[in-house]
Design a protein around this ligand. Structure first.
Ligand code: ATP
Ligand code: MG
Length: 440
């Protein structure tokens, strides 16, 4: 991409309603624009980051054997009446009637629809375990949409659903997803803590929320500081390792507001280890047995030839909320610090004097092609703006690395600068090796 071609409408004055830094920066840098309360358009920069996050989320789902599919945004009210949630869900659900007067709704979640698909197509225990997922827009008519894409009405969610024969197997699926979630957030360079949570309207027996600790979060959390020291890299995919991981996390007290008990917290965690803080919920997992398979009659033939209801779980990640959450967790000095894996561009090539020295732009284009050929996501500054305004643009976008072509670049050596970090003099091939290594 050449910056002169990028649709990147910078907003000079951000409305005072944008209270969170992530909201301000996303508007300012032209990542998003509000369409109406709590509903946003994603402009090219924002969409690029959203897609990179989605890809990581999907890769970690695929790794545990979950299969991607796609369900529609619009659902029939009938299945929600069957499960008994149609009336319970309340005003958060956007209800629609079509021209025939049929009752439809914009899906806030998909337990009913996936259970219907399972019921109609899976007949025997031999098809289990089964985990299906999709990444799709959801609508919840939040009473107070705010903080940009952090709490909006239309948002992108990855939701997965597991089907198992027994409770024991269902817990195995739950634990696998637990690990997949920790790995997903780790790849986004976020420390997300799994906290024991209540199940809310999804219902069920067991549930964890994955929360990133930041002062700007809306969730109140209570935990033992020892949880912060658990290193998820030490667990592999074996069942023993996954069980050890769950056991390690279960050893220490953690609770969200609804689960919190003052007595329990104070008796289990010594004063100096008590952490009481705020956080952003980026994921939520549930095990709920036959809560949906029973009313929707999703029966399968068990090993003994008898019909039984499958044991289910559901697992959500707020993909669009994650974009804002990464900014909240990592911004520094008004600058978005994107992890390389999701940065809108990995490197910016900045010829400083395109006007007085047209050769520098040619040099820039040559490096641009070399980096592209090596699979590096690169943006070239082909404008004649002043060096100061060029740097300002790339800071605003948050490109993690810059290659500067200026008076200091001799022969084949260029200044390679980390955003707000150190500068080295490197050749193009050294730069390529370095970026490839950082990308892993
Ligand atoms: P919250 O407590 O923040 O309202 P929730 O418990 O209602 O969330 P879930 O049903 O667990 O949400 O949905 C899964 C994930 O979807 C959440 O962990 C969150 O990251 C994301 N999410 C939920 N509601 C919103 C929203 N209004 N805007 C953006 N993301 C959301
Ligand atoms: Mg939740």
């Amino acid at each position: 991409m050449f910056i002169s071609k990028l649709f990147f409408p910078v907003l000079r004055d951000v409305s005072a309603d944008a209270k969170l830094k992530s909201h301000q920066l996303m508007l300012k840098s032209g990542m998003i624009r509000q369409s109406t309360a709590g509903i946003y358009s994603w402009l090219p920069l924002g969409l690029k980051i959203l897609k990179k996050i989605t890809k990581i989320v999907c890769e970690e789902q695929d790794k545990i054997g979950a299969q991607e599919m796609l369900m529609p945004t619009i659902q029939s009210a009938d299945i929600w009446k069957e499960s008994g949630r149609y009336n319970d869900y309340g005003e958060e659900m956007l209800r629609i009637k079509d021209r025939q007067g049929r009752e439809l709704l914009y899906g806030p979640t998909n337990e009913e629809l996936i259970t219907e698909i399972f019921r109609d197509n899976v007949k025997s225990y031999k098809s289990l375990p089964l985990i299906l997922y999709h990444v799709q827009w959801k609508f919840r008519d939040e009473i107070r949409p705010r903080f940009g894409v952090m709490r909006c009405r239309e948002f992108l969610m990855k939701d997965a659903y597991s089907f198992d024969l027994t409770k024991e197997d269902a817990i195995k699926s739950y634990n696998k997803m637990f690990l997949a979630y920790l790995r997903t957030f780790h790849r986004l360079e976020l420390k997300a803590l799994p906290l024991k949570a209540s199940s809310g309207p999804i219902g069920g027996d067991s549930s964890h929320e994955f929360i990133i600790l930041t002062d700007s979060g809306e969730s109140q959390v209570y935990l033992d500081k020892a949880l912060l020291d658990i290193n998820i890299e030490k667990y592999d995919d074996s069942e023993t390792s996954i069980n050890a991981m769950v056991a390690d996390y279960s050893k220490f007290y953690s609770a969200t507001d609804e689960k919190y008990s003052k007595d329990e917290f104070e008796s289990k965690v010594k004063k100096s280890d008590q952490v009481v803080t705020k956080g952003i919920e980026v994921g939520h997992i549930f095990y709920f047995g036959d809560k949906y398979s029973k009313p929707l009659k999703a029966n399968i033939l068990g090993k003994d030839g008898k019909n039984i209801n499958s044991q289910m779980g559901s697992y959500g990640i707020g993909v669009s909320r994650l974009v804002a959450a990464v900014i909240e967790a990592k911004y520094n000095n008004n600058i978005m610090k994107w992890p390389l894996a999701i940065a809108p561009f990995e490197v910016a090539i900045i010829p400083l004097n395109n006007k007085s020295d047209p050769k520098s732009l040619d040099k820039g284009k040559k490096i641009y092609n070399e980096l592209k050929a090596n699979g590096i996501d690169v943006i070239l500054d082909d404008t004649e703006e002043s060096p100061a305004s060029k740097f300002k643009n790339f800071e605003l976008i948050g490109v993690p690395f810059q290659i500067i072509i200026g008076s200091k670049s001799v022969d084949d050596q260029f200044e390679f600068k980390e955003l707000n970090g150190i500068t080295e003099n490197l050749s193009v091939s050294e730069i390529i090796i370095k970026i490839k290594k950082l990308k892993g």
